[in-house]
Design a protein around this ligand. Sequence first.
Ligand SMILES: *[C@@H]1O[C@H](CO)[C@@H](O)[C@H](O)[C@H]1NC(C)=O
Ligand SMILES: *[C@@H]1O[C@H](CO)[C@@H](O)[C@H](O)[C@H]1NC(C)=O
Length: 200
Amino acid sequence: MRHFRLWNVHNVAVFLSVTLYMCHIAGCISIHSAQRNLSRSVQEDALFSVDVSSTGVPTIEWTFMSGAGSRSIGTWQPQGDVNITADYSSRVKTYENGSMILMDLRLQDTGFYLLTVTEPAGSSKDVGFVLRVNEVLYEDLQYLSITALALGVVAALLMLVTWLLHKACMKVKAWRLRKQMPENDETELQRLESQPGNQS
Ligand SMILES: *[C@@H]1O[C@H](CO)[C@@H](O)[C@H](O)[C@H]1NC(C)=O
Ligand SMILES: *[C@@H]1O[C@H](CO)[C@@H](O)[C@H](O)[C@H]1NC(C)=O
């Protein structure tokens, strides 16, 4: 049992020293990323989250690829220059660990994003991300506009009915008044004539 464990520890030590040696010779780059398939809506932000580590100071480069071709988004070094392409300068935020945020997404941002990490010695490693930008609000907006239209029609109908009722009421009132008016006038007149004080 103890023998087995010792053998194990020995193995790990050999593995580590070989790895370190290889890193020393060829440069060692590791790129960790949890989520490489992103799906976002128009106008949202996308965080391309990675954690880059290497023996030397790495140069980080992001490239966008789509059916229309490929173009560079930006190049930077941790604690160094940050060069972002003019097209992206207002929408990209960069991080020391190699991550970047692409803000205010558009449908045309859908595509493949390639991260290339290069060491001073010349070795490099890359990782690809897929971003899909969806136009989700569209159906909701359509539904909303139809609902608003229906409500508007109902409101207009209600207003029309109210107006018609009001008009009908006024007509009935006027008709009633006209019907009552002559009688009123007569009785009033009679009342006035029969009053003795008025005849002096
Ligand atoms: C890289 O750094 C950013 C900003 O500090 C952080 O949000 C992100 O989670 C980091 N990514 C990884 C994989 O550690
Ligand atoms: C950024 O651009 C400047 C000037 O063009 C250049 O000298 C520098 O090496 C670039 N830095 C990176 C990290 O690409």
